[in-house]
Design a protein around this ligand. Structure first.
Ligand code: IMP
Length: 194
């Protein structure tokens, strides 16, 4: 039986790498082949990452619907830090660009133990076709903000996001995928597809 093609639309090569590995590890077994489309779309600044993901998918349906001949998905992720009331959350990309990991570590100065708890979330918005409303799949991972940046792998906040003593940047893509917000959201999508 041939594999069903699903498009992953993003301009972030790190996300492509992670999803590609997951697609090979578990997607094939479920009869799905993930192809990357490098389309740009505006990311609205909204209060919830669910709303951002839905707005992005709807934008693509409107602007690119005629070109995309297969189901597709986009994803939006955010880092939510408890001691900062969930900041930067939906503003993660902007905050990362402006102050980076060092900026987050400065905001966390003097915060200890439970105060350093943080959650990474991914929302996938999947459209069966350009005429179908997006469906949402979520993945969450609980961790903490490390005391200092560690590790060379990954991207974005990975060097300061610690899961059970290891930062995401200290993990291989395979290790990160097993427990990450993105890995979990993608598995939810695959379960729905099969
Ligand atoms: P977005 O999903 O591209 O909007 O990501 C928001 C921000 O979070 C960007 O600055 C990303 O670099 C960062 N980010 C998203 N996913 C991850 C991840 O898996 N690890 C570390 N940083 C991430």
């Amino acid at each position: 039986m041939g594999l069903r093609t699903i498009y992953f639309i993003t301009r972030n090569p790190h996300k492509v790498k992670e999803i590609r590995e997951l697609a090979v590890d578990i997607g094939k077994g479920k009869g799905v082949s993930i192809q990357h489309l490098n389309y740009e779309y505006p990311e609205l600044q909204l209060e919830e990452i669910e709303e951002v993901a839905i707005a992005s998918a709807n934008h693509i349906r409107r602007e690119r619907g005629l070109e995309i001949k297969a189901p597709f998905f986009i994803e939006d992720s955010g880092l939510f830090i408890h001691a900062l009331n969930g900041f930067p959350g939906p503003f993660s990309a902007f905050v990362f660009k402006k102050i980076g990991n060092e900026g987050i570590l400065s905001l966390m100065a003097g915060k200890n133990g439970e105060e350093r708890r943080a959650v990474f979330k991914t929302v996938i918005a999947f459209c069966q076709s350009a005429s179908a409303e997006p469906r949402i799949f979520r993945g969450v991972v609980e961790g903490r903000i490390a005391d200092s940046a560690r590790g060379e792998g990954g991207f974005g906040f990975d060097p300061i996001f610690e899961y059970r003593g290891t930062t995401f940047a200290e993990m291989s893509t395979e290790e990160k995928n097993k427990i990450s917000h993105r890995g979990r959201a993608f598995r939810e999508l695959l379960n729905h597809l099969s």
